[in-house]
Design a protein around this ligand. Structure first.
Ligand code: BGC
Length: 426
């Protein structure tokens, strides 16, 4: 194991606070018969969904040591994971997103899940866009929990009714409805000013403005001509227009607190991935009654997705290896895929399941993801590690957040975006 992990040492300074906290974590080693799972599922809905895995493992006599690292989209969690590995103390397993899974596989750090995948027929039941990230060199290296998608709007039904707002289908209607809420003294858009949230909203705007082909050229192919184009300038213009409807307390706000604004009736909408639905459900609310879900106007024909993957670290301990296999088996099983998504807000990553047990939003989401996969409009989310490797993603975060927090003109932002992406690639 030492050799494997020495190969994995990663360059790059980590923030001191993270290094300090990780040395504290390093003291806690996994107990006998227990798995240690690093994750960033710390909100109410997220923790409940994670609890379903803990319970399933307990049924198999496997103990649980949670290793939560707060911070949406896993940015902090990934820094802690790197330092755990640098200090030669990997957890049993970790929640990661697409390109990060590939990165750990390239570093030869991961256990193969081929046996479990073969027994569970994973090649047949998980769609290609997920396999592209959960396999490396033809081998399964991760167990997919679900499919999340980022192009959703979550809306407060009572406020819509009270203000006579119909579900908006176009960008113009969307903006007009937020203006109505604002004029009535509410916040139009519940917004969390953190780089990954800025980027999540921005990718919605890019897709709504340029359509699926443009999204792919700019965010996935990273074509400089698309990044610094009139369409990108228009996307930044629209993004600026949207930002007028956030409130003054948005800087630094966590995503689930923004969701709570919609839940409580302080804000009309939140643009966020469907993990936000997990918060509504955890608050006892019913989709399409107490709250509405609809695709961000202008993005109805496409789905920007991410999928949480569980990777298992190489290990010499037979018992740990066997528990890793059991955990992978559970995550990939039909029952767990449904149970987990019912709590998390996502849809199953497996495409062979009945949607009967899913709620109204997820039923639609599951069909939309399948249709999008067939029509090649199921596209990786930039903000959530499925469009480009971490270096490029972070470069995009920097420009988008500078735009949100300053007065950068749209044409300058587009130019800087193209330059930053190019710099991160070279
Ligand atoms: C993950 C979700 C998580 C969300 C907020 C996303 O990147 O895929 O599982 O709920 O971040 O933390």
């Amino acid at each position: 194991m030492t050799t494997t992990f020495n190969k994995c040492l990663m360059a790059g300074a980590l923030p001191l606070a993270i290094l300090l906290s990780s040395s504290a974590f390093a003291q806690e080693s996994k107990g006998q018969g227990e798995v240690e799972v690093l994750n960033w599922w710390t909100s109410g809905g997220e923790a409940k969904a994670l609890g379903a895995l803990k319970d399933k493992l307990a049924d198999d006599g496997i103990g649980w040591q949670n290793m939560p690292v707060a911070g949406g989209a896993g940015t902090n969690a990934m820094a802690v994971l790197r330092s755990r590995i640098t200090s030669n103390n990997p957890p049993t397993a970790a929640q990661v997103l697409g390109y990060d899974a590939q990165d750990w596989a390239d570093r030869d750090a991961l256990s193969s899940l081929d046996d479990v995948a073969k027994a569970g027929n994973w090649d047949k039941v998980f769609p290609q866009p997920i396999q592209r990230f959960a396999k490396s060199g033809g081998h399964w290296i991760a167990a997919p929990f679900e499919i999340h998608s980022t192009n959703w709007v979550w809306a407060n039904t009572s406020m819509m009714d009270e203000l006579g707002i119909e579900q908006p289908n176009t960008w113009e209607e969307f903006i007009a409805s937020m203006k109505k809420a604002q004029d009535a003294g509410h916040t139009g858009l519940a917004y969390g000013g953190q780089p990954w949230q800025d980027a999540t909203v921005f990718e919605n705007v890019v897709l709504a403005t340029g359509g699926a082909d443009f999204y792919r050229q700019a965010m996935i192919d990273l074509d400089p001509k698309a990044l610094d184009s009139d369409t990108m300038i228009k996307s930044f213009d629209r993004f600026r227009e949207l930002l007028q409807y956030k409130d003054d307390n948005s800087p630094g706000r966590d995503w689930n607190l923004a969701t709570a604004m919609v839940i409580k009736g302080d804000a009309l909408y939140q643009i966020m991935g469907d993990w936000a639905k997990g918060e509504f459900l955890n608050a006892g609310l019913t989709p399409e009654q107490d709250f509405m879900c609809f695709r961000t106007p202008g993005t109805q024909d496409a789905v920007t997705f991410n999928s949480d993957l569980m990777i298992m670290f190489k290990n010499d301990d037979d018992q740990q290896q066997s528990m890793q296999r059991t955990m992978a088996e559970i995550i990939g099983s039909p029952e767990f895929q449904i149970t987990f998504s019912q709590l998390k807000g996502s849809v199953p990553a497996r495409t062979d399941l009945s949607s009967d047990g899913l709620d109204a939003c997820a039923k639609r989401g599951y069909e939309q993801a399948k249709t999008a996969a067939e029509s090649n409009t199921l596209m990786g989310s930039m903000a959530h590690g499925y469009a480009a490797p971490a270096g490029v993603k972070n470069a995009v975060f920097d420009i988008v957040s500078s735009f949100v927090n300053g007065n950068m003109p749209s044409d300058v932002a587009a130019e800087q975006l193209a330059m930053a992406v190019q710099g991160a690639r070279s």
